[in-house]
Design a binder for this molecule. Structure first.
Ligand code: AMP
Ligand code: MG
Length: 523
């Protein structure tokens, strides 16, 4: 028997929708609606996270029981669960989109653990809710595998993120038009149980603000501060100001981590920005192979590239601006909100400098280091060099023998185009000279330098083509690709003998293949 203790403060303390029917509707004056998961025909556990099981006080034996598959597919509820869909709005691609809400995510309740942790359990793909609009409330296997794997991979990379407990196959087909070209086709369905201390988003606050419902806005803000930010002191406006600053700071730290590891979220709408500063809503995300600040995996955004890699720090700032606008009715004077936005800029700049120091293996930041990093990034972009392989090779090379370093196999391997490698050789040699001089100025012990760099420059990231290979295998009924990839991603900073293929740069066949370099929002 699964034994979990629930404390559902969100539905207990905040106003819910008095209408308990299933129909799609506008919900005013409430932050949640009751919503029961729709049963699925054949739930099967396809994968789980051992770490997340342990956090919840569950075992791998628990995950093998029929009850586990039933509960985490939504076919059965445990005592204490109170399923609901959250109400929120959002700015999508720069435009206010009104009410959105959990159209296919159903929260089951908050588990409180013996260690004093609180984890909200949410089923993504559990069927329609009052917020499903014209969609079906379901999710397909391919996108569920991507969310499951990336949530856990990001956690192990040290990036703030929502987590994933398990991936369940539903035994049901879901129809999707994957390329938005009118060729809709059935695909296997799946459900991810995702987990976080809270799934509140910027859009959760924007919606009541957009309706002029300052009472509900204030109630939600005070609830969030009490439950999710107990460390903040003060009261009234000062407390609200400290809270907003903290959200800004956490968002900056999150985005700086993305830039460090080469993650592109793909759909940074304000409904996909967590109030806790966690990476949330894994859709058409992607990982940088060749370093390219202009790259986005999201085909829906291919023309304007609003959410391209290099734009993410600016987009998070813009999103915080929308949140500030929503919170304005709680402030007599906008100065504290402006101070919060400035805190974002300061925190991002500090985190970016820290990335530079750690990725280049410097003892401390000095004037000129950002320019050194920038000139390297320009070279990497121009010469089409793999970001992950390059920084790992740089971590491992002898700081006293940087002269011919670029001729070693590890660096040669990082180039996608042999001609560009030859053409850029002199420029890289010059950069290495500057780098060598800079390293001499600091005199870090070589072993210490290597340790710092290897902890900031992962060997393994969830390359788009690797996830797609796991998806292709799973579609043929072989789930081992998911488990293997998850296993590799549990220790992304360690060399794992025998697992070199998982560190390989994107193969040529994956360059323009759907799922590997291009993803639509269809999921
Ligand atoms: P996303 O692009 O995943 O952030 O989703 C934006 C909005 O569309 C959210 O309100 C989702 O709940 C909703 N949505 C996305 N896919 C579905 C679906 N298959 N069924 C119902 N609602 C959906
Ligand atoms: Mg979303």
């Amino acid at each position: 028997m699964l034994d979990l203790t629930f404390d559902n403060a969100f539905v207990r303390d905040l106003p819910g929708d008095p209408d308990t029917s299933a129909g799609v509707r506008q919900v005013e004056g409430a932050v949640w609606s009751a919503a029961a998961p729709t049963p699925v025909p054949e739930p099967r556990v396809l994968a789980y996270s051992a770490e997340m099981l342990a956090h919840l006080g569950l075992t791998e034996a628990d995950a093998a029981t029929p009850q586990f598959a039933d509960v985490f597919s939504g076919n059965a509820l445990l005592a204490g669960m109170q399923p609901y869909a959250a109400n929120y709005g959002g700015h999508q691609f720069g435009v206010w989109a009104g009410q959105l809400g959990d159209g296919r995510a159903i929260s089951l309740g908050d588990v409180v653990t013996e260690a004093g942790e609180r984890w909200e359990l949410q089923l993504k793909g559990a069927g329609p809710t009052p917020y499903s609009r014209s969609a079906d409330g379901r999710a397909v296997l391919r996108s569920s595998i991507r969310e499951f794997l990336c949530s856990e991979a990001m956690h192990h990379l040290g990036v703030p993120t929502t987590r994933a407990l398990c991936l369940i196959g539903t035994g049901e087909q879901v129809v999707r038009d994957m390329f938005y070209d009118g060729r809709a086709a059935p695909e296997p369905g799946a459900i991810v149980c995702r987990v976080a201390p809270s799934f509140l988003r910027f859009g959760s606050f924007e919606l009541p603000a957009s309706r002029g419902d300052t009472g509900l806005l204030r109630q939600l803000v005070d609830f969030c501060i009490r439950r999710d930010f107990p460390e903040l002191d003060g009261e009234g406006e000062a407390l609200h100001a400290a809270w907003f600053s903290e959200i800004c700071r956490r968002s900056a730290v999150m985005v700086a981590h993305w830039m460090r590891v080469g993650f592109v979220h793909g759909v940074l709408n304000t409904d996909n920005m967590s109030i806790l500063g966690l990476t949330i809503d894994y859709g058409p995300y992607g990982w940088i192979d060749n370093f390219d600040p202009g790259w986005t995996p999201n085909t829906t955004d291919a023309r304007r590239k609003r959410y391209r890699f290099g734009q993410q720090p600016a987009v998070a700032y813009w999103n915080l601006g929308r949140l500030a606008g929503a919170l304005a009715p709680l402030f007599g004077d906008p100065a504290p909100l402006q101070a919060g936005l400035q805190a974002y800029v300061d925190a991002y700049n500090a985190a970016d400098r820290d990335n530079t120091v750690r990725k280049l293996g410097l003892a401390a930041y000095r004037v000129g280091d950002s320019a050194l990093m920038q000139s390297l990034q320009e070279l990497l972009a121009e010469a089409e060099v793999d970001m992950t392989l390059f920084f790992r090779a740089l971590s491992d090379c002898d700081p006293d023998a940087l002269d011919g370093a670029m001729d070693s196999a590890a660096f040669i391997d990082a180039f996608y185009d042999a001609d560009k490698r030859v053409a850029s050789a002199a420029a890289f040699r010059d950069w290495m000279k500057f780098y060598q001089v800079r390293l001499t100025a600091d005199r870090l012990d070589p072993e210490q330098r290597r340790r710092i760099m290897r902890a900031a420059n992962p060997r393994y990231v969830l390359r788009n083509y690797l996830a797609q290979q796991a998806i292709d295998r799973a579609t043929r009924g072989d789930m081992d690709g998911i488990t293997e990839l998850l296993e590799v991603m549990r220790r992304p900073y360690e060399d794992q003998p025998g697992r070199e293929p998982f560190a390989a740069r994107r193969p040529d066949w994956a360059r323009d293949k759907a799922g590997c370099s291009m993803l639509s929002c269809s999921s």
